[in-house]
Design a protein around this ligand. Structure first.
Ligand code: ADP
Length: 465
């Protein structure tokens, strides 16, 4: 960014200056020469008028004063003045070279015809102007021509020196511009540099520092975006820490129980075999629990991986639900809970069979676990043109209103003791929710404490990759 900015700045500064120098130089040279021509023309008209009045043509050799004046004027213009008479003979030449010679040059001829002309020879650095000399009669006949030849050499050398000065000015200005360019570019870039430093510090791990660079609206927006990303990172960091703390706590609980059971057995001198058996069975239960927590955690970690992990295939959902219910039937029967299946229509959908089966199982298992003895669980399968719906309703204990939001969180349980009793890990619903989200679906809970709960999941029939 630094170099393009600097080059842009230089070009913007130098281009107009150079263009102006070029155009001005040309027009300056032209106006200078034209100005000189007009000046010489005027002077020549004045002089020719004086020659007319002094009747110079009649007796040129006698008017010494006028001769001198002609010499002076020629000197002033760094030129030469020639007077030609009616017979084209040169009667006066300030260079004294051609007196007596004939001059039939074009300007002279034209002047005798009454046309005033200018002869410009820019290459040879001179120009010539003519002015008529009249007789003093009424008719004002042209009896002579005053030819003034002036050099443009000194004008051009003037122009050159002006051009030289302006070139020097351009060089100085360019140097000033380069310095200003470096300074301005540095100033302009500085907020971005500061942002870069902040980002580097963030990358090094200091997430607590605020990033705010409000010099430009752009840097302000970038800062805001960084701030948002940072907040998200911090939230993720916190939730990861929380998760690890929860996991450690959950994993430690069964281990603590096992230790307590084992220690108390060991502290007893001669415990009866029955007591050993009872304690060992408790220890075995705790190990099962630990193993279940580990299994659930592994399922959850798998869900957290990318969606590409989904093994999507056409699955008959009716068959899937029936298999789940068949598997859970014995657990329900133990507590005389009636399992009802209501299939409103045949449904086949693109889903990951294993994951969806786990999600529905969790819902039905919960419906049995958190039910009353002799209650019922009703599973309904329905579909429309876009989605299929699995509804799991129970006649159980229900979920208090203030806990309904939280039940999908990891390790959240409404009643810790009861969940523990039934072998719950607090991970079931969060696994279910993850599976539903992976299928781009949604899950909803309706429940009233003491009356029962209804979980409804909605999943698209076709999976969009
Ligand atoms: P758990 O392993 O404890 O069952 P879940 O994530 O499956 O964990 O459920 C979280 C909590 O939500 C449970 O501990 C329970 O308190 C409550 N819960 C879930 N399903 C139901 C239900 N059908 N009826 C009443 N409470 C439920």
């Amino acid at each position: 960014m630094r170099l393009p900015l600097f080059v842009m700045f230089l070009l913007m500064g130098l281009t107009p200056m150079m263009l102006q120098g070029l155009v001005m130089g040309r027009s300056f040279r032209r106006t200078q020469i034209e100005g000189r021509i007009i000046e010489v023309q005027n002077q020549s008209l004045i002089t020719s008028d004086r020659l007319t009045r002094a009747e110079y043509m009649a007796a040129p050799s006698r008017d010494v004063l006028l001769d001198k004046e002609l010499d002076t004027i020629a000197d002033i213009f760094n030129g030469r003045i020639v007077v030609v008479d009616r017979n084209f003979r040169i009667i006066k030449d300030t260079f004294k070279l051609s007196v007596g010679r004939i001059n039939v040059s074009e300007p002279v001829l034209r002047c005798f015809k009454g046309e005033n002309s200018i002869l410009r020879e820019d290459e040879k650095q001179y120009f010539a102007v003519t002015a008529p000399i009249y007789d003093n009669t009424e008719n004002r006949n042209i009896i002579g021509v005053l030819l003034t030849i002036a050099s443009t050499e000194n004008i051009l050398s003037n122009v050159h020196s002006v051009e030289e000065t302006s070139r020097l000015f351009v060089v100085v200005a360019a140097m000033v511009l380069i310095l200003a360019g470096i300074l301005l570019t540095m100033l302009f870039i500085r907020p971005f540099d500061r942002l870069q430093v902040s980002l580097d510090r963030m990358a090094d791990g200091s997430l607590d520092e605020a990033v705010s660079e409000n010099t430009y609206r752009e840097t302000e927006r970038i800062s805001e975006a960084i701030q948002k990303t940072k907040t998200k990172l911090q939230t993720m960091d916190r939730s990861r820490e929380e998760f690890v703390a929860n996991v450690s706590h959950e994993l430690k609980t069964p281990i603590t129980s096992i230790r307590v059971l084992a220690d108390s057995l060991m502290s007893m001198e001669d415990a009866p075999v029955e007591l050993y058996r009872e304690f060992m069975s408790d220890i075995s239960d705790e190990i099962d629990r630990e193993s279940k927590i580990v299994d659930d955690l592994l399922s959850l970690v798998k869900m957290d991986k990318s969606v590409a992990e989904l093994n999507v295939a056409q699955v008959d959902i009716n068959v899937l639900v029936q298999q789940i219910l068949k598997r859970l039937q014995p657990i329900a029967e133990k507590r005389e809970i009636e399992l009802i299946y209501e299939s409103i229509r045949e449904v086949t959908a693109d889903v990951d069979e294993t994951k969806l089966s786990l999600a529905i199982s969790n819902l039905v298992e919960n419906a049995i676990k958190y039910n009353i003895d002799g209650g019922w669980v009703r599973v309904t399968l329905d579909a429309d043109h876009k989605y299929f719906y699995v509804k799991v309703a129970d006649s159980g204990i229900g979920i208090p209103e203030d806990a309904q939001e939280s039940v999908f969180e990891r390790f959240y349980r409404v009643d810790k003791a009861r969940s523990r009793e039934t072998g719950g890990t607090g991970l079931g619903l969060s696994i279910t929710k993850n599976v539903v989200l992976m299928h781009y679906g949604a899950i909803r809970l309706l429940s009233k404490e003491g009356e029962g709960s209804t979980f409804t999941m909605r999943i698209p029939l076709t999976y969009i990759y």
